[in-house]
Design a protein around this ligand. Structure first.
Ligand code: KIV
Length: 266
């Protein structure tokens, strides 16, 4: 029996000054392999809007799609904690529909949910979710669901005052009950200051090396998605070329009569 990663494991990592890893996954087999590789948290990110569904922004993805991907990923994972990113408008209108929508992801196999941003409503939602037994990962700094009000893909927390403001928000999220906080596109020194002043772990998404964990979109890590590449995303493989080569060879084999062989028929 594998020992499941839980909110306590995550807090222990921070308390023991041990780094942990977070990768996105959107399908069963990818989730299975990255879980076997030892990734601690598997996130069904709403980034799937762009990398799996071809939308332009995360706004276009909804509860129905996130539910399908959550079910698939949860089936593939044994050890890691499974976190579903709640889609735009699924937790913004009122607390009871937020609880219902987040609860649906738990019923489908997620162990926690991630919600973006900071305001009084978000704090109320977090409190109610935690009271209901749903662990919550916060998300501050650049928050893609607020892209239009932030005025584009902009680095957040650049000045001392801006870093103080993010820390203030993070402390409020912490008080409301989040078990971790993603810091996206925040300068390294600001993220270091914020991380050192929080009890819960921070997860860097382009926020440098001093956060307690690192998260990347798996399609960037595998070299599969090529429409755009964030500066902070390190590519470890070339799946795009691998897929192209395999498809090309298959196409050639079919057309030349080289597939199927004697071993591949009944
Ligand atoms: O949607 C996503 O994949 C994310 C992570 C990159 C933090 O929010």
């Amino acid at each position: 029996m594998v020992k499941k990663v839980t909110v306590s494991t995550i807090q222990k990592y921070k308390d023991n000054n041990e780094k942990f890893s977070v990768l996105t996954a959107y399908d069963y087999s990818t989730a299975k392999y990255i879980d076997e590789a030892g990734i601690d948290i598997v996130l069904i990110g709403d980034s799937l809007a762009m990398v799996a569904l071809g939308y332009e922004t995360t706004h276009s993805v909804g509860m129905e799609e996130m539910s399908i991907f959550t079910k698939a990923v949860a089936k593939g994972v044994q050890r890691a904690m499974v976190v579903t990113d709640m889609p735009f408008l699924s937790y913004h209108t009122d607390v009871s529909s937020a609880v219902k929508n987040c609860g649906q992801m738990i019923k489908l196999g997620a162990n926690a949910v991630k919600i973006e941003g900071f305001n009084e409503h978000i704090l109320n939602v977090i409190r109610r979710l935690v009271e209901t037994g749903i662990p919550v990962m916060g998300h501050l700094g650049f928050t893609p669901q607020f892209l239009n009000t932030l005025g584009g893909y902009k680095i957040q927390g650049k000045t001392r005052e801006a870093a103080e403001e993010i820390l203030k928000q993070a402390k409020e999220l912490e008080k409301a009950g989040v078990f971790s906080i993603v810091l996206e596109m925040v300068p390294q020194e600001s993220a270091k200051y914020i991380s050192e002043n929080l009890r819960v772990p921070t997860i860097s998404c382009g926020a440098g090396k001093y956060c307690d964990a690192q998260v990347l979109v798996s399609d960037d890590v595998f070299g599969k998605f090529s429409d755009f590449k964030p500066k902070f995303a390190r590519q470890y493989g070339d799946m795009k070329s691998l897929i192209f080569e395999c498809a090309k060879k298959f196409d050639e084999d079919v057309k030349s009569g080289n597939f199927p062989s004697e071993k591949e028929i009944f």
